[in-house]
Design a protein. Sequence first.
Length: 135
Amino acid sequence: MQILTTINNLEPYKIKGIKYEGYEKDSDGSILNTSESGKEYNIIRWLKHKYALSLQWLTYDEIESIIKQFQTAKINEEKVTITKSKLTSKGYFDLKTTAGEPVFSFELTDLKPSQKTGTSFYDLSITLIERVDLA
């Protein structure tokens, strides 16, 4: 697990918000069982919750170091974590039943940087996926 120090060290105004975008059932997260009467039913072991994290007013160096940190995590096949206190103040819903910092998976194609028109600052939106165990 890699702690995203680049995002954790950002000023609060640079984290625009984190938006909950729903959940998806993972086929590996459910078990198909058959009851004594012969009916089939699923036992869901975990759900994957999707979030969209938006960052704003980033300098080129900041956005470059954030993307490099995500690339390093992907190369090392690690999940990433961002401090819970930073996220809850910006709209994060903690749906876990266990204590601790949120751990996210991601795809590099879900990092979407864009330059603010007429300025030298950048915005960055990232789709993060948090797996929550239901057992």
